[in-house]
Ligand binder design. Sequence first.
Ligand code: HEC
Length: 150
Amino acid sequence: MLMARLNLVLVTLFLTGFIFACGNSEQQDDSGLTEFQLNHGIGPVTERLDIGEIDMDLANEGRQIFETLCIACHQLDATISGPMLRNVAERREPEFIMNYIQNPAEMRQRHPEGQRLDEDYTIQMVNMGTSLEDARALLEYLRAANEGEF
Ligand code: HEC
């Protein structure tokens, strides 16, 4: 009788552990982030983008947005209040860049790379109210800048 109860307890524990493990199968480490989030950032972009060759019209649109909303804190070739962004498109996945633009606070709080950046900079990036289309154009600008345009 006692053994039967013990077995039941063990089976229950086993099943609970199993369900727990399944529920977390998307998570990679104790940061609690999915593999996608670790590589591509946390935010509205939850799937890989289909980006092709650089679209210079879109990049020029992004440049205008950059020079209006981002230039106070970022330059391409110098670190000012925020990190220099010349080669950010080489260092980061496209989705990561868009998610950072759209969701800087959560990136800083929950993403290991955001946490690292937060330690390095005294001020914090804010969400500039950009639409996803704006963020896509900004990404194109940063991709073009990485190729030596601008
Ligand atoms: C108020 C200053 C400020 C503004 C405005 C700002 N940023 Fe930032 N940005 C920062 C700081 C500081 C960091 C790093 C730490 C953090 O997130 O606060 C950062 C980080 C980033 C990163 C991540 C860089 C990396 O190495 O991964 C990207 C990309 C970025 N900003 C793009 C932009 C774009 C594009 C805009 C304009 C829409 C913008 N930022 C507006 C201050 C700013």
